[in-house]
Design a protein around this ligand. Structure first.
Ligand SMILES: Nc1ncnc2c1ncn2[C@@H]1O[C@H](COP(=O)(O)OP(=O)(O)OP(=O)(O)O)[C@@H](O)[C@H]1O
Length: 328
C-alpha cells in the first residue's frame, strides 16, 4: 500500500474525547450500585474471599481458560512501515505477540512505540506491510471493527467520559459487545434488556477486578488519578479483547502504585488475556513481561526475554546516556 492513500486517519488527528483532570479528589459520597459489596468483601474469611474472587474472575473473562499457557501467535506485524510525510516512524517492523503472554514494547522517545499501537488499532494504516490478528489481515477495518475483532487499548493521556460515572464508562465498553441493534434498543426487546443487565453486572465485576468498585458511582472526573488509570483498563477489558494494549499505564504512578499495577497486569494475563505493554519504567517492564521487543528510530533492534534484552549490546547502546525515567 502506498503513501497517503492507505491511511485512514490523518496522523496526529486523534484527540481525547473529553480531557479529564487527573488529580481532583472528590468529597461526594459514593452510593455504590452494589450497595455493601465492598464492605461485604472486607468481612469475608480468606476462603470466602478466594471463592468470591474466582467468581469475579469468571465474570470478567467468561469464556477463557483460567490457567493460561503461552501459545500460538495472536497478533503479527509483518514488515510494517508507517510514514508521516518524509519521516519514517516505523521501518519494516516485524514481530509477533503470542497468546497468553505479556509482551513489552520499549525504546527511547520517538522510537515508534505509539505508532505501532496506532497501526494495530486502526488509527493509522501501514503504508506498507500488514497487521494480522489470528492470521487474518486487519486490512482496511475501521477502529470499532478492530475492537470487535478483539484488540483494545488504553491511552498515554487518559481518555474517559469525564461526566459519566465509573460504572457508565465501563458499560460503554460492554456495549461494544452487544448484539441488539438500535431498533432492538428502541423497542427495548427482551434481549436488549437482558444485555443491559448483564452489562451492569459485568461492569461492576470489572471495577472490582481492577480494585475501584468502591467508586463505581462517582463521575470519572472526580476519581483520583490512579483510579482513572485503572478505570481505563476496566473499560478496555469490557470489550472482551483478545489483546489488551496498555500505553504507559504507570505514567505518574509512585513506586507503590507501580507495584499494584504490576500485580494487576499479571492477574489480567492469568485471567486469560494477552497483554502488550508500552512502559517507560524499566523496572516495571523487566518485572512483569515475558518477552520484550525493542525499537529504535522506527526499527526493531532486539527481541527476547527481559534477561536477554537487558544484556543485548544494541539495547545497551540505544539506552546509553538515557536517564532511567526516560527509558522505554
Ligand atoms: N502524528 C504524527 N505526525 C508526525 N509525526 C509523528 C506523528 N506521530 C508520531 N510522529 C513521529 O514518529 C516518530 C515515532 O513517534 P512515536 O510517538 O510512535 O514514538 P514513541 O516511541 O511512542 O515515543 P514516546 O516514548 O516519546 O511516546 C517520532 O519521530 C514522532 O515525532
Amino acid at each position: 500500500m502506498s503513501g497517503q492513500s492507505g491511511r485512514e486517519a490523518t496522523p496526529g488527528s486523534e484527540q481525547p474525547a473529553e480531557p479529564t483532570s487527573p488529580t481532583t479528589e472528590t468529597t461526594e459520597t459514593t452510593e455504590v450500585v452494589e450497595g455493601g459489596l465492598v464492605a461485604e468483601v472486607a468481612q469475608m474469611t480468606e476462603e470466602e474471599r478466594a471463592e468470591h474472587e474466582a467468581e469475579v474472575a469468571e465474570v470478567v473473562a467468561p469464556d477463557r481458560e483460567i490457567a493460561v499457557e503461552v501459545g500460538d501467535t495472536l497478533l503479527e506485524l509483518r514488515d510494517v512501515t508507517v510514514r508521516f510525510g518524509g519521516l519514517t516512524a516505523l521501518n519494516s517492523v516485524s514481530f509477533g505477540i503470542r497468546r497468553g503472554e505479556i509482551l513489552g514494547l520499549i525504546g527511547p522517545n520517538g522510537a515508534g512505540k505509539t505508532t505501532c499501537f496506532n497501526a494495530m488499532t486502526g488509527v493509522y494504516r501501514p503504508n506498507e506491510g500488514q497487521v494480522l490478528l489470528e492470521g487474518k489481515p486487519l486490512g482496511k477495518l475501521k477502529r470499532f471493527e478492530i475492537t470487535r475483532r478483539g484488540i483494545a487499548r488504553t491511552f498515554q493521556n487518559i481518555r474517559l467520559f469525564s461526566e459519566m460515572t465509573a460504572l457508565e464508562n465501563v458499560m460503554v465498553g460492554t456495549d461494544a459487545r452487544h448484539r441488539t441493534g438500535v431498533v432492538g434498543a428502541l423497542l427495548r426487546l427482551r434481549r436488549h434488556r437482558r444485555e443491559e443487565w448483564e452489562g451492569v453486572e459485568r461492569a461492576m465485576a470489572l471495577l472490582e477486578f481492577v480494585g475501584i468498585a468502591d467508586r463505581a458511582a462517582d463521575k470519572a472526573r472526580n476519581l483520583p488519578y490512579g483510579y482513572q488509570r485503572r478505570l481505563e483498563i476496566a473499560r478496555a477489558l469490557a470489550t472482551e479483547p483478545k489483546l489488551l494494549c496498555l500505553d504507559e499505564p504507570a505514567a505518574g504512578f509512585n513506586p507503590a502504585e507501580k507495584e499494584e499495577l504490576m500485580e494487576l497486569i499479571r492477574r489480567i494475563r492469568d485471567d486469560g488475556y494477552t497483554v502488550l505493554l508500552i512502559e517507560h519504567d524499566m523496572k516495571l517492564v523487566m518485572g512483569v513481561t515475558d518477552r520484550i521487543v525493542v525499537l529504535e528510530f522506527g526499527g526493531k533492534i532486539a527481541e527476547g526475554t527481559p534477561a536477554q534484552v537487558r544484556e543485548d549490546p544494541a539495547v545497551v547502546a540505544a539506552y546509553l546516556g538515557v536517564p532511567d525515567d526516560d527509558v522505554a
